[in-house]
Design a protein around this ligand. Structure first.
Ligand code: NAD
Length: 263
């Protein structure tokens, strides 16, 4: 079978865990040379080993996406090493602080926005000079939160950052179309990853939560459980590949209809 990303060069932010890890491995399996930008390089090194075990080529560059200088340097370095960039998966993100709006610290709001929203902007911005001659594909990991789901009380910063990402996806798709750069977003529902490690519920959160409970059943209509990172990675691979050559400026929900039940 032909490799779908043969000879392509891909950047993946947050390739050390979860959705980024599964996608980096899938990209490697499909013939791409993968550069993982992660603030925890030890984890990304494990992903690199997995890619190498299946015969792929991967590199780890330590980078905090909320630090624009680090993003620019890492992307420039990847372009220098590989000679081109074809695919960018702007995926690194955190849930961050979950707190009532009234008591959420400004710094907590900023941390979520800096990583999720500003980090996405920096990743796309600094990739453009390396993509505009040949074109390529940019995929942004947004969420059902902020797009279809607004019931995650305490998640105001997270949901706003994820809504911002899909607005930015559409703005970028139109602006970058002239260069043959496609820009799309994936909106996962609950996916089994390590994101809970980056979720900080405040002590007073229960004071604003609305006690909605499913009297019976669960919130995962399709399979009765959260999705997997591989299920998201398959969609990202499609968007990265030439099979999606006329798809740009859109968001694809990967949630087993969870958002239709919860929205
Ligand atoms: P995860 O915690 O398993 O992986 C996130 C990765 O991003 C980690 O390797 C981490 O080191 C890296 N990272 C975090 N902050 C970073 C920063 N500032 N700079 C560089 N790297 C950073 O989480 P995940 O669930 O795979 O999350 C990936 C994306 O998917 C996020 O944008 C998240 O918002 C989104 N998402 C996740 C779910 C879910 O249920 N897991 C649902 C919808 C959207």
């Amino acid at each position: 079978m032909t490799e779908r990303l043969k000879d392509k060069v891909a950047i993946v932010t947050g390739g050390g865990s979860g959705i980024g890890q599964a996608t980096a491995i899938k990209f490697g399996e499909q013939g791409a040379q993968v550069f993982m930008l992660d603030r925890t390089p030890e984890n990304a090194e494990e992903t690199k080993r997995s890619i190498e075990e299946i015969g792929g080529l991967a590199h780890v560059l330590e980078c905090d996406v909320s630090k624009p200088d680090q993003v620019r340097q890492a992307i420039d370095q990847a372009a220098r090493m590989a000679g081109r960039i074809d695919v960018v998966f702007a995926n690194a993100g955190i849930n961050g602080t979950m707190a009532p709006i009234e008591t959420m610290e400004m710094d907590d709001w900023d941390q979520t926005m800096d990583i999720n929203m500003r980090g996405t902007f920096a990743t796309v911005k600094y990739a453009i000079p390396h993509m505009k001659e040949r074109g390529g594909s940019i995929i942004i990991t947004s969420s059902i939160n902020g797009n279809r789901v607004f019931s995650g009380i305490g998640f105001s910063a997270y949901a706003s950052s994820k809504a911002g990402q899909t607005a930015f996806t559409k703005m970028a798709a139109l602006e970058l179309a002239r260069y043959g750069i496609r820009v799309n977003a994936v909106c996962p529902g609950a996916i089994d990853t390590n994101i809970d490690d980056n979720t900080y519920p405040s002590d007073d959160l229960k004071e604003v939560q609305i006690p909605v409970q499913f009297p019976e059943g669960h919130e995962h209509p399709l399979k009765g459980k959260p999705g997997t990172s591989e299920q998201v990675a398959n969609v990202v691979l499609f968007l990265a590949s030439d099979e999606a050559s006329h798809v740009t400026g859109t968001r694809i929900y990967v949630d087993g209809a969870e958002s239709l039940l919860r929205g």
